[in-house]
Design a protein around this ligand. Sequence first.
Ligand code: ADP
Length: 453
Amino acid sequence: MTWRLLTLIFFLFAGAVVGAVLGVEFNRWAVNDLQTLSSVALGGLVGGLLWFALDSWRLFAYLDWLKSGSLEPPALNAGLWGEIADRTRRRLRNLQTGLRESDQRLDDFLGAIQASPTGVILLDKEGRIEWFNQMSAQHFGLDIQRDLQQFFVNLARDPEVSRYFHVADFTGDIVVMGRASTPTRPVRLSVQVYPYGRGRQLLLSRDVTAVEQAEAMRRDFVANVSHEIRTPLTVMAGFIETMQSLPLSQTEQSRYLDLMGQQADRMQSLVNDLLVLSKLEGSPMPSPYAWCSLEDLLKKVKQDATVLSEHLAGLTGSAHQLAFAPAPAVSVAGSMTEMLSALTNLTHNAVRYTPAGARVDLCAQLLADGRLTIAVSDSGMGIAPEHLPRLTERFYRVDRSRSRETGGTGLGLAIVKHVMQRHGGELRIESQLGKGSCFTLVFPANRVQAIQA
Ligand code: ADP
């Protein structure tokens, strides 16, 4: 401001001096005070006008610069307009930096929503799509080029969605079929709308297929367990009632007690297998550094299979031929208890589903790629191909009555599969109806190591 005042005074003064000099020069013939004074005043006025013109030029230069939107300031280095231009430029720079930062934040935010496993769609007041992320595009088959500004209800083409938007009660979600759904692989989506802002809507979609399947499996499992326990309990209750109400002979009583004992054993086996399964699900993965000798493992398996075979021989008259080939000198990393449980389940099945006196083979082999296979094969009844994919399901039985007669729980192969998964291996099943079956455990190379002699 001082600078502005000083320049104005300078222009007025310079104009007055020039006026005085010119007045004296041109009015030499009329040298009086009044004429001199008017020359000075005129000079001052011209100086003032010149200052005003210069100042207006600087003002217009500033306005032009503002209109251009450029950040490079005009040549208004000094004075008030220079100061204003400088401050405006600094303010614009700050605003631009702030804008860039909030753009970046918006990009980050949208990137995070894009990466979300939840489908997100923003709808305007009329229900038209304003924005959506990749997951929702996958869920509803949306296309960014084609579907923006389209009515979501029309694109979803699902009566359940139309009803949901029509009723407009968004307190809960609805479950609809996803666009990628096929009859063999259904995809179920949970969809919920959350109103926000002025009449806008946020639509979230989640793939709940796995959750629904797990829930269905849990329900089936509880129903199966209850059924499996109820059956022997009903039988036992019947025997107890009979023993209480009828005058039975000593022989009859001991026969009934034997039968009750069998049912109690059946329940015990079931509870034991359930405990094994729940332990497998709840315990940490088997260590990859706890090495167990294969020879020791197979020795225990053979002892156990012999006991079972002799027990069955007591009932049927002839024991099975158990042929265990010599094991390669290797150790397997993992849980001895779990591996023993898997192998005894396989040998028990081989014995139980093979006629008395028939042959059961166990053969362990170290493959060229370092993997170890342990195959339990029998020459028993075999399994029809349509049952093979479902054998490892809990409580799935091909021959229900034979399974029960021989104390089966329907959980054995589920346990074997679980154990192998926990050891990074797999269970392979080959079988031919009427000819026999072969169940092979395959351990990965990183869990097998040769024993140094
Ligand atoms: P279970 O306790 O009933 O034997 P598993 O899960 O061990 O249950 O086996 C599932 C079903 O697979 C059995 O019920 C049986 O029908 C069939 N199975 C298993 N092993 C054999 C085998 N070695 N030979 C014939 N069928 C078998």
